[in-house]
Write a protein that binds this ligand. Structure first.
Ligand code: ADP
Ligand code: TMP
Ligand code: ASP
Length: 240
């Protein structure tokens, strides 16, 4: 597969074209950002861990019947994926109150929710990714009614699979964000990445935060917890 021109430089990844118009290559960077890019940091090896962990998790989800964009891990930092038109919605599922949910609704962080919740944000950096409801998303044409239904079903299915995957390694899945893409032949697939950048992960025994909140809120041990989660995944599910 020939890596061609740089299509996009994001906050955590670069996206390259290939000689196949339906495929692109992700190159994961070591960068971390928070609060819509206002806070910046990095650690050596973050891109490698997120690349490997996202692919590892996507393979486990595929085995559970979830369709993803993943094609092939090309190197420590590079992965070949199906090139999609990203649905401009961040799809967020929560099992336990934390983050913006706790703040918005005044629910103490750590409170288990009676049911998993689903919310959407309009993926638009200039607007700061505002929360959006489905009638608003339909009204401005971000997705169709069928797509919203499909995305919602996919999100809850990913939640059930991910909860099990993490619980096996002593981690509670508090919440997560996913993105979905439209393929050139009209399918909807799970896209982007799933990693400690995009999930809240707490140790099941101690509630220690094992995710990007350590960077967002200067809790220390930022890189340590990424290595910890990746280590537990590899140990339990076997070396890839
Ligand atoms: P951001 O754009 O938020 O800074 P990244 O640094 O992770 O995020 O950049 C990766 C970009 O690639 C994101 O904009 C994401 O929506 C997009 N993307 C994810 N999966 C695919 C895909 N399969 N095809 C095309 N673009 C994708
Ligand atoms: P929030 O509580 O800040 O709304 O975050 C909910 C989940 O979404 C959490 O697991 C972190 C993840 N997330 C992203 O992946 N990208 C983002 O830009 C934001 C704001 C959150
Ligand atoms: N990914 C977002 C950013 O870089 C926010 C976050 O993850 O907190 O700004």
């Amino acid at each position: 597969m020939v890596k061609k021109e740089l299509l996009y430089t994001g906050k955590a990844k670069k996206v390259y074209a290939t000689d196949d118009p339906n495929l692109c290559i992700f190159e994961y960077k070591d960068d971390a950002t928070a609060f819509n890019g206002l806070k910046k940091g990095s650690f050596e090896g973050k891109g490698v861990i997120n690349n490997k962990m996202a692919n590892f998790i996507f393979r486990l989800l595929e085995a559970d019947g979830i369709k993803t964009h993943l094609k092939e891990e090309l190197s420590d930092r590079e992965t070949l994926v199906e090139k999609c038109e990203i649905v401009p919605l961040e799809i967020i599922v929560r099992n336990v109150a934390a983050g913006s949910f706790s703040k918005r609704f005044g629910v103490e962080e750590g409170t288990p929710l009676k049911n998993p919740t689903l919310e959407f944000s309009y993926k638009n950096d200039d607007l700061g990714d505002p929360m959006i409801n489905t009638s608003q998303a339909l009204a401005i044409g971000l997705a169709t009614e069928n797509e919203i239904k499909e995305l919602s079903e996919m999100a809850f299915k990913v939640n059930e699979s991910l909860k099990k995957i993490f619980l096996q390694i002593g981690i509670k899945l508090i919440d997560f964000k996913i993105e979905a893409g439209r393929t050139s032949d009209g399918r909807i697939v799970l896209a982007d990445e799933i990693s400690p950048d995009t999930c809240r992960l707490w140790d099941a025994e101690t509630n220690k935060k094992l995710d990007k909140d350590r960077f967002r809120f200067d809790l220390g041990e930022f890189s340590d917890v990424y290595f910890e989660v990746w280590g537990r995944l590899k140990e339990y599910y076997g070396n890839n």
